[in-house]
Design a protein around this ligand. Sequence first.
Ligand code: PR8
Length: 465
Amino acid sequence: MENFSQWFHDILEKAEIIDSRYPIKGMSVWLPKGFKIRKYFLEELGKLMDQDHDEVLFPLLIPENELAKEAIHVKGFEEEVYWVTHGGVKELNEKLAIRPTSETAIYPMFSLWIRSHIDLPKKVYQSVNTMRYETKHTRPLIRVREITTFTESHTVHETYEEAIKQVENGIDIYKKIFNLLAIPYTIVSRPSWDKFPGADYTFAFDSLIKDGKTLQIATVHNLGDTFAKTFDIKYEDSNGNHKHPYQTCYGLSDRVIASLIAIHGDDKGLVLPPLVAPVQITIIPIIFKDKSDEVLSKANEIKNTLENAGFRVNIDDRGIRPGKKYHENELNGIPLRIDLGPRDLKNNKIDIIRRDTAEKKEFSLDGDIVEYINNYLSEITNNLKQKAWNYMNEHIIELNDLSKIEEIVLNGNIASVKWCGNDDCGKGIEEKTNLDILGNLSETNGECIHCGKSAKYNCLISKTY
Ligand code: PR8
């Protein structure tokens, strides 16, 4: 993959994920294949979210006065908000913001819903579209102006400790979904200048893309009681005292789909983790005139068995050359291909070819095909996970010399350095190197790579999207 940017652009088009020719910058059309990947992703995420949150659906529009209430928050989004100013030809009395995120839509309602400590904790989420007038270079799925797959969670708690705990829970949920998708990640606490606007602190998941840049794929924020104070959210505790609760929020987006395409794909096309593959197994009947009925009926029998067990199966019996079918299946990232010809019928076996390694195995149809395929798909997910984690870990380089950092990072790596944690020093590093401090990975001691004072953190530095 010589030129990642071109590869990514081409794959979205060739594998029919999205059509980015929609005539508004930063907005694309989800095509049927892409939409299915998105749907299976959202279903799995929904299952995880539903275990501990209630799903809700808030309106798209936010009154200007609500958006403006939280000063730091509104400042952070000032340049990115789309406004609705007219209803038909009539100018609205109050401008309405299209949600860039939903704190200021949800929290005024929380203030109506939350009365007593028995209403807490409250944990809700929604999967919606949001709009941000991004000023940086837009890219399909990666930096869009209409974020079509924004799953945002908002929680409210009696104590700060509970909010801290909820931040950890949010992190755990995201670890689970990324593990299911075989996406490797680093988790850091963002430096103060890169926190979510209005948050006490922000944890972020980043993944390393093949062009050497990191992509922020999820964030988890502790909001403290800042928003509760602004939106007058109060509860009565068990002693009858009225208090402001503590809040968290966390979210992820279309970028997760971008990262799974970018991380696992290869020169032949998509390589999809089985969980989100629109088709998990494709059966290719090798048809000769006299035997075609028998081959097709066996193919259908296998398809039915596998479908009844819950797999997504397709028989590719189009009248085109098998070579062309193989090529298309590879492009579409279908995890397993089954070849079935008259000779296989006679020997009561099939050939199974996996997309991730191109390995071909023979399977005797006397065996339990459901169990075999199930195990094989898990093996594929595990292999994708292992490969992707190895790649990322090999590209995290520990450094103690600031003069080498640009070369190392611009060669496609993430640098891990010791840092004092001081804002001015950190911004100094960013200015000198023209790179980005991702944030703190863990605590440490020793010497700061920049100012030489005592170091507090192992800190990651990269070129970010
Ligand atoms: C919040 N409030 O909003 P966050 N295109 C694609 N993905 C994007 C874009 C974009 N333009 N902007 C952000 N994301 C909090 C938490 C409710 C939920 C993705 O946080 O602003 C990024 O992966 O960090 C980002 O981490 C995630 O949405 C959440 O957005």
